[in-house]
Ligand binder design. Structure first.
Ligand SMILES: NC(=O)C1=CN([C@@H]2O[C@H](COP(=O)(O)OP(=O)(O)OC[C@H]3O[C@@H](n4cnc5c(N)ncnc54)[C@H](O)[C@@H]3O)[C@@H](O)[C@H]2O)[C@@H](O)CC1
Ligand SMILES: [K+]
Length: 516
């Protein structure tokens, strides 16, 4: 499913109205009806239920007035609190406000303190609150009255249904500057907005329903919409398959260049993840000082000792053997736990210049890339970069906060700048491509915020590339499978989930996707 920004959604609405001739008031009617359906199922019926609607003066409030009518028709007791005066409402929202008034629905214009008393009484005795304050038209800082209403709703301890997105959540980024409605359920209209998928907005959204409000499918699936929700449907048909007479040499060979003194686990996790996600042969190239340890740690992975400049630290002398090993492999996973020695960074840059195999670059490999990103533009296959927000911040010279404020924008910029697929890790990992296409991942959980989880992801993506997937497909497949493996592992409990648990659940994740 596509994801639409506020301006894209406005353009879709406009096109539906002006080009297709669907009256805006029909869309608003459909939106209100869908909201009522969602409330009806949330409350297990509406007869005699007390419903309190908080409406703004825009079209989000208009949806609320439509819902008020249908709630009333279904036997609910409805009260609408309007933030402003009825006379200020315009267009379709004004028409629906007028009809609701004609139907005898109690509409309270919030102006003085006595109205706030009414708000407090209503929220105390209501069965459900409807947030129709503001949707995609939210701009700037919340007004004081809006903040006060949001506090009243959040303090009521009642089920809250938000229309389109919880008021206070920025539609395009998911940012919550001061406050936002904490919804139990959100009915988003037409297409999800980034704000209901990205954190912190996603945490305010509650259960997310996407409502069909009658917009033409062609508008909801247009190629101009560059954001997508990444789900199993995108990848279950493209995952690598083994033929029944397969032998190990046919199933993808991965070279992992990773690990250093004190960071041997990263190398082990990446290599094992490549095997667990189906690669036939995996070779780990490490500094000779840690080679014996890796031989003990790893059973199925082959290991290659390389010249070192200090114990466990690779330098430029490792270039030639790495290129020889890479020549025999289908993909190269570079970076986890390599360390930040200046000569190791130099080695990474030399590898990037000389290697002619598809690359996935993570962790310390990325820090080397930050200095000479243009090297990637000439890579044979589209490289895949997998930064966490800290690494992304270093890659593009922003702070971590700036990265997290607009994860889609930042990932997209980096993909364009480095001519690579960029996987910006974190809750709701973003996969961005140089042409601006973006996927927002939906698998995974908070238990995966644990050391080594990223190393596993690198191994999975490297393995998929080695098994013949394009970097383009391997990135989204790897991200989704990795999250799903984490979800399977989390069935035994979120707390204490380890990267090793994620790794061990990769085969089960692949199996469950094959069954779809
Ligand atoms: N044809 C359409 O455009 C449709 C729009 N729909 C609804 O309309 C919404 C968008 O409507 P609008 O563009 O009218 O905008 P909204 O209704 O989302 O917001 C505009 C209102 O919010 C207030 N507001 C904005 N920022 C504020 C802030 N920081 N503090 C306090 N108040 C603030 C404005 O003063 C105005 O009253 C969608 O989210 C959706 O719910 C649906 O009815 C479907 C059809
Ligand atoms: K809302």
């Amino acid at each position: 499913m596509k994801v639409a920004t506020a301006s894209e959604m406005r353009a879709i609405d406009r096109c539906a109205i002006e080009e297709y001739g669907i009256p805006g008031i029909v869309l608003m009617e459909n939106a209100g009806v869908e909201v009522v359906k969602a409330a009806e199922s949330m409350l297990a019926g509406l007869v005699n239920k007390k419903i309190t609607i908080f409406a703004g003066k825009g079209n989000n409030g208009g949806d609320g007035f439509v819902a008020a009518r249908h709630f009333s028709n279904k036997g609910a007791k409805v009260k609408v609190f309007l933030l402003g005066n009825q006379a200020e409402i315009q267009g379709d929202a004004a028409i629906n406000c007028h009809i609701a008034g004609k139907m005898g629905i109690d509409i309270v214009e919030i102006s003085g303190e006595r109205d706030w008393d009414k708000v407090n009484i209503a929220t105390a005795f209501t069965d459900c609150l409807i947030d129709a304050l503001v949707g995609t038209g939210f701009k700037g800082e919340l007004s004081l009255e809006m903040k006060r209403l949001i506090a009243a709703m959040n303090g009521a301890n009642k089920p809250v249904l938000a229309i389109d997105l919880p008021s206070g959540v920025a539609a395009d980024t998911g940012q919550v500057v001061t406050a936002a409605v904490q919804a139990t359920r959100t009915v988003t209209l037409g297409l999800p907005k980034p704000g209901v998928l990205l954190y912190p907005g996603a945490a305010f959204t509650g259960e997310l329903l996407v409502a069909d409000i009658g917009l033409p499918q062609a508008l909801l699936t247009g190629e101009n919409l560059k954001q997508n929700v990444l789900t199993a449907g995108h990848i279950c048909d493209v995952l690598p398959k083994r033929c029944s007479d397969a032998h190990k040499g046919m199933c993808g060979k991965v070279l992992v260049v990773a690990g250093s003194q004190g960071l041997t686990g990263a190398a082990a996790l990446t290599s094992n993840a490549a095997l667990k996600s189906g690669a036939g042969l995996v070779t780990l190239a490490v500094a000779e000082g840690i080679h014996d340890i890796m031989e003990i740690k790893l059973t199925e992975v082959m290991t290659a000792p390389l010249p070192e400049i200090a114990k466990g630290v690779l330098g430029q002398a490792a270039l030639s053997p790495i290129l020889t090993l890479a020549g025999k492999c289908d993909a190269l996973a570079l970076g986890p736990g390599l360390g930040s020695h200046a000569e190791t960074r130099l080695l990474v840059r030399e590898i990037l210049q000389a290697v002619d195999k598809p690359l996935i670059i993570d962790a310390d490999g990325l820090n080397a890339v930050a200095e000479t990103g243009e090297l990637l533009a000439n890579a044979l296959a589209l490289p895949v970069l997998t930064p966490h927000p800290g690494e992304m911040a270093r890659l593009i010279g922003l702070s971590v906060d700036e990265v997290n404020q607009d994860r889609i924008y930042v990932a997209r910029q980096a993909a364009e700048q480095f001519g690579s697929v960029v996987v910006l890790k974190g809750a709701r990992t973003i996969v961005a491509y140089p042409d601006g296409e973006v996927y927002i991942n939906t698998s995974g959980n908070a238990g995966m915020a644990t050391g080594g989880a990223g190393d596993v992801l690198t191994g999975v993506i490297g393995s998929f590339i080695a098994q013949g997937l394009s970097s383009h497909t391997a990135a989204i497949a790897g991200v989704y499978v990795h999250g799903l493996a984490g979800d399977i592992a989390a069935q035994a409990g979120l707390a204490g989930l380890t990267a090793g648990d994620v790794l061990n659940s990769v085969p089960a994740a692949l199996l469950s996707l094959q069954k779809l």
